[in-house]
Design a protein around this ligand. Structure first.
Ligand code: 26Y
Length: 820
C-alpha cells in the first residue's frame, strides 16, 4: 500500500538513535559498523533536520493561512555559524542526542565539531542578522530572511611566518541545512535599454528591454525558535545561467566552450562574499550581486502578496522590509519600478507604498564605508533604475526647495546624485528618502548620525523619522550554547532557564554576588573555560599558556579604527616594563595572556601589518625565558563564530577600544560581559549603555570622548603634535629591531608620529596604560572581581536581541507575533 512519506519525528533517546541508524544505513548508504564522526554528524543533522521540517511546514502554512503582516530582513550577510548544536538546544533534545550518541560510541562535542561554519558574513553586521533571525523565530514573528547563497563564505585565515594568508572557504560539500527549491526561480535582467511608449490615454509608460538574463534559484534554510514550534525561513539565492544547463543554440552550433563560459559567468554572481568590512571598493560584480539578490527577493515578496488578492494600497499593511545597511537599497527602486512599469500604478501612489514599506538601518559613520556607485555603472547595468533614481531625486529636491527656499547649498548637499567627477549615486541618501524610518544601532551612534552625516535630513523630515534601536545578541547561542555550565549555574538561582526567553530575569543573580559558594562555583566554571581555551591555543599555536593568568582578549575584524595597534603597543610597553624589573620585582607581577584574533580584508595593507606585528611580538615575548608565564602574546588563527563560542566564555577582560565615535555599537562587548568577563573600553558605541546598565565600577573606561575627537584631530594637523613619551619608547624599541625588521612596521608608527594620528592612539595611550594597571589591581582581589562579574551578568538583561526585535516590531515594522 502507498504510504505517505511523513517526516520522521522523535522525542527521546531511543527514537533519536533509531533515526540516526536509519540515516546512516539509508540516506548515507553506510554500515553502522563503519560509521566515523563525520557520518555521525551527518546522520545526527539529518535526524534533527527531519524534526525541523514538520514544524517549519506548519509554521509556513499557519503564516500563509492567517495572512498577517510579515517582516522581510534583507541582508547581504548572515553569519550563522554552526546549526546542529543550536537546533538540538532549540528543540530541547540535546540531552537525548548526547546519550544516544554516547551509546553509539560518540562524544557529542566531537560530533558537533564536524560541522563547517556557515560563514556568510564579515563581522558584526552579519552576525547581528543571524541573532535577529533567532529572536524573530523565538518570539514567533512571521519573518523571513533574504540573502545570497555564496559558494565561498568569508575566507579562511592562515598565519604563515606571521602573515595572514587567505584560503577559499568552500563550505557546501555537505550541507544538510539547506533545501534547494529548483521550482522557485526568478529570471533577473541586466543591461539592455528602456523603451518609452504612449498609451491611448496619453500616459507614457517605460519598459526595460533587452540585455541578458540570469536565473536566481532559491535555497531555504529552516530557522528554529527556542522552545517554540515556530520555524521561520531564510531564503538564499543562487545564480545560474538561464535556459537550463547550456545555451543549446551555441551548443548545437559547436560553440561548446563559450556555452560553458556563459554558464560560469552567471554562476560568478553568487560565487563569493566580498571580504571587506567597513571598507567600500565599488566593484561592478558587487553591484550585480546586490541587484540580483534584491530583484529576486522582491519578485518573491510581490508574488506572495499578489496571491492574497488584496489591493496594492494594503501592501505596507502586509509587508515590512528592513534594509540591513545600504547594501539592499536598490530594493526601493526595484519596488517602485515594479509598481509603475509592470503593475501600472501612478508614481505617487506607488511611492507612498514604497516609503511605507521600507526601513533602513545604518551601521557606520565611517566615510570609507558609505556606499556610492558611479552613475555610469548604474546606467549601464540598470538603465531603467537610473531613470527612476533621477526621478526620485527630482521630486525629493523639489520638496526640499519648497521647504528651504533661501538655502541654495542644501540641494547640493542632500542630492541623491553627487555632482562629482564621475557623478555618484549616494546609496545612504536614497535609503533615507525611500524609507519611513532610519535607525542607528546604539544611542551614541544614533545621536551621531542625526548630528553629522544625516543632519540635513533631520532638518528636512523632522527628527521622528530617525530613531535608535540598540543592538542585542541572542542569549541562546551566546550563553546557553557557548557556556552550558554557566547557563546551568545561573538557572539554579533564576528559577530555571526562563532567563533564556526573558533575559531581565538575570537580575535575580544580583543578590548572590556576595555568596561565597556561588562565587566559588562561578570561578570554577570560568577556570574550566580558560583551560579549554588554553588547550585550543596549545593545539593551534603550540604555545603553552597558564590558565591561572589573566586572559585579556581582543577578537574582531582588524581595522585601524578598532585600534588593535593600540593594544599591541600597550603589550610591548608591558614587556619593556617587565624587562626593566629585577627578578624580585617581577615575581610580584600578575601573569597575563594577551589574545588577539580577527581577519584583515585581503586588500587592507595596514591591517595586515598589524597582524604581522602581533605575531612578531609573540615570537619574541613567548620565547623569553626571563618573562616566562608573566606575559604571553597569542594570535588565534581564523577567528569565526564557532571559535568565538570557545573564546567568549574564557575571557577575564576583553578590549573594545575603538576611537570614540567610530564603532557604531559593537556586539562582542555584550557577548563577553554576558559570559562573566569584564571589559576595558572607550566611551563608544554600546559600551556607553553597557556602562549605564552594569555600573561604572564594573567596567574599565578610558580615553578621549567622541565630542573631543574633531578638535584633537584638528590640533594634530594644524598645531604641534607631541607623542606620548611611553609610546615613543615603544616605537624606539620596534625601530631597534627587537621584533624583527623595523622597516615592516614603519607605516604603523608613521601613521601616529607623522601622519596626524587620525585614530588618536597617542592621545589615548597614557590613559589606556593606566587603566590596565587598574585592571591588574582589581584582578588581584579575586573575590571582588568575581562579584563584579556576577553583578554585571545580572544587569545584562537589556542586551538581548529579543528586546531589540520587539523594539523594531513596535516602532518600525508594526508587526505582531503569530501566537502558536
Ligand atoms: C559597503 C561594504 C564594503 C560594507 C560591507 C560590510 C560596509 C560595511 C560592512 C559591515 C559593517 C559592519 O559589520 N558594521 C558593524 O555592525 C555592527 C552591527 O550593527 C556594529 O555593532 C558594529 O559597530 C559595526 O561596525
Amino acid at each position: 500500500a502507498w504510504q505517505r512519506n511523513q517526516p520522521r519525528s522523535f522525542s527521546d533517546k531511543n527514537g533519536f538513535e533509531q533515526e540516526v541508524v536509519r540515516h546512516v544505513e539509508t540516506t548515507l548508504a553506510r554500515s553502522v559498523f563503519n560509521c566515523d564522526e563525520i557520518a555521525a554528524y551527518s546522520a545526527t543533522s539529518l535526524a534533527f533536520r527531519d524534526r525541523l521540517i514538520t514544524d517549519w511546514n506548519k509554521t509556513q502554512q499557519r503564516q500563509t493561512y492567517r495572512d498577517t503582516k510579515r517582516v522581510y530582513y534583507l541582508s547581504l550577510e548572515f553569519l550563522m555559524g554552526r546549526a546542529l548544536d543550536n537546533a538540538m538546544l532549540n528543540v530541547g533534545l540535546k540531552d537525548a542526542a548526547k546519550d544516544g550518541l554516547q551509546e553509539l560510541g560518540f562524544r557529542i562535542e566531537d560530533v558537533i565539531k564536524q560541522e563547517h561554519d556557515a560563514a556568510l558574513g564579515n563581522g558584526g553586521l552579519g552576525r547581528l542578522a543571524a541573532c535577529f533571525l533567532d529572536s524573530l523565530a523565538t518570539l514567533n514573528f512571521p519573518a523571513w530572511g533574504y540573502g545570497l547563497r555564496y559558494r565561498y563564505g568569508i575566507f579562511k585565515q592562515e598565519i604563515i611566518d606571521g602573515y595572514q594568508v587567505e584560503v577559499p572557504d568552500y563550505w557546501l560539500d555537505f550541507n544538510p541545512w539547506e533545501f534547494p527549491r529548483h521550482d522557485v526561480t526568478v529570471d533577473i535582467q541586466f543591461f539592455g535599454h528602456v523603451n518609452k511608449s504612449t498609451k491611448a490615454d496619453g500616459k507614457t509608460i517605460s519598459s526595460w528591454e533587452g540585455g541578458e538574463i540570469v536565473q536566481a534559484v532559491a535555497y531555504d534554510v529552516p530557522i528554529p525558535g527556542y522552545a517554540t514550534p515556530t520555524t521561520n525561513n531564510l531564503r538564499l539565492w543562487s545564480s545560474k545561467a538561464s535556459g537550463g544547463e547550456f545555451d543549446f543554440q551555441k551548443f548545437n552550433s559547436g560553440d561548446y566552450e563559450s556555452s560553458v563560459a556563459d554558464q560560469q559567468r552567471a554562476e560568478t554572481i553568487s560565487a563569493v562574499l566580498y571580504p571587506n568590512d567597513n571598507l567600500e571598493r565599488g566593484k561592478e560584480l558587487r553591484l550585480k550581486q546586490q541587484y540580483f539578490w534584491v530583484a529576486a527577493s522582491l519578485y518573491d515578496i510581490v508574488r506572495r502578496f499578489k496571491k492574497s488578492k488584496r489591493s496594492w494600497k494594503e501592501f505596507p499593511d502586509q509587508i515590512a522590509i528592513q534594509l540591513n545597511d545600504t547594501h539592499p537599497t536598490l530594493a526601493i527602486v526595484e519596488l517602485q519600478r515594479i509598481l509603475i512599469d509592470v503593475e501600472g500604478l501612478e508614481w505617487d501612489v506607488a511611492w507612498n507604498i514604497v516609503t511605507n514599506t521600507f526601513g533602513y538601518t545604518n551601521h557606520t559613520v565611517l566615510p570609507e564605508a558609505l556606499e556610492k556607485w558611479p552613475v555610469g555603472l548604474v546606467q549601464h547595468l540598470l538603465p531603467r533604475h537610473l531613470q527612476i533614481i533621477y526621478d526620485i531625486n527630482l521630486f525629493f529636491l523639489q520638496t526640499v526647495e519648497k521647504a528651504f527656499p533661501k538655502d541654495r547649498d542644501i540641494l547640493r548637499r542632500v542630492s541623491i546624485i553627487e555632482e562629482s567627477q564621475p557623478k555618484m549615486v549616494r546609496m545612504a541618501y536614497l535609503a533615507i528618502v525611500g524609507s519611513h524610518k532610519v535607525n542607528g544601532v546604539a544611542e551614541l551612534h544614533s545621536d551621531l548620525i542625526r548630528a553629522t552625516i544625516f543632519k540635513d535630513f533631520v532638518e528636512i523630515y523632522g527628527s521622528d523619522k530617525f530613531t535608535n534601536v540598540t543592538n542585542g545578541i541572542t542569549p541562546r547561542r551566546w550563553l546557553h550554547q557557548a557556556n552550558p555550565r554557566l547557563s546551568e549555574l545561573i538557572a539554579t538561582k533564576c528559577g530555571g532557564h526562563g532567563f533564556l526567553k526573558d533575559l531581565t530575569l538575570l537580575n535575580k543573580l544580583e543578590k548572590h554576588a556576595g555568596d561565597k559558594d556561588f562565587r566559588r562555583e562561578w570561578a570554577e566554571i570560568k577556570y574550566a573555560n580558560k583551560v579549554r581555551l588554553a588547550k585550543h591555543i596549545k593545539d593551534t599555536t603550540g604555545v603553552t599558556v597558564n590558565p591561572a593568568a589573566l586572559f585579556d582578549v581582543q577578537v574582531k575584524r582588524i581595522h585601524e579604527y578598532k585600534r588593535q595597534q593600540l593594544n599591541i603597543f600597550g603589550v610591548i610597553h608591558r614587556y619593556l616594563t617587565l624587562k626593566a624589573m629585577t627578578p624580585e620585582e617581577r615575581k610580584k607581577q600578575l601573569a597575563r595572556v594577551s589574545i588577539f584574533g580577527g581577519k584583515a580584508a585581503p586588500g587592507y595593507w595596514m591591517a595586515k601589518q598589524i597582524i604581522h606585528l602581533v605575531n612578531s611580538v609573540g615570537a619574541v615575548v613567548n620565547n623569553d625565558e626571563e618573562i616566562g608565564d608573566l606575559l604571553k602574546v597569542i594570535f588565534l588563527e581564523d577567528y569565526n563564530v564557532s571559535k568565538a563560542e570557545i573564546i567568549c566564555p574564557a575571557s577575564d577582560i576583553s578590549e573594545h577600544i575603538s576611537t570614540a565615535g567610530t564603532e557604531a555599537s559593537g556586539t562582542s562587548n555584550m557577548k563577553f560581559v554576558l559570559n562573566g568577563g569584564l571589559i576595558i573600553g572607550t566611551c563608544d558605541g554600546a559600551n556607553i549603555e553597557i556602562t549605564r546598565e552594569v555600573g561604572e565600577s564594573n567596567i574599565f573606561l578610558f580615553g578621549n570622548l567622541a565630542e573631543d575627537v574633531e578638535d584633537l584631530r584638528h590640533a594634530h594637523t594644524y598645531g604641534s603634535h607631541s607623542i606620548d613619551a611611553d609610546l615613543e619608547k615603544v616605537f624606539l624599541e620596534i625601530e631597534k629591531g627587537t621584533f624583527g625588521t623595523p622597516h615592516d612596521f614603519g607605516a604603523m608608527i608613521g601613521a601616529v608620529r607623522s601622519h596626524g594620528d587620525y585614530y588618536l592612539v597617542s592621545d589615548d595611550f597614557h590613559s589606556y596604560i593606566e587603566t590596565h594597571h587598574l585592571v591588574d589591581a582589581a584582578y588581584r582581589n579575586q573575590d571582588e572581581w568575581i562579584a563584579k562579574c556576577i553583578t554585571s551578568v545580572a544587569r545584562m538583561g537589556f542586551f538581548t536581541s529579543d528586546r531589540c526585535i520587539n523594539e523594531y516590531a513596535e516602532e518600525i515594522w508594526n508587526v505582531e507575533p503569530l501566537v502558536v
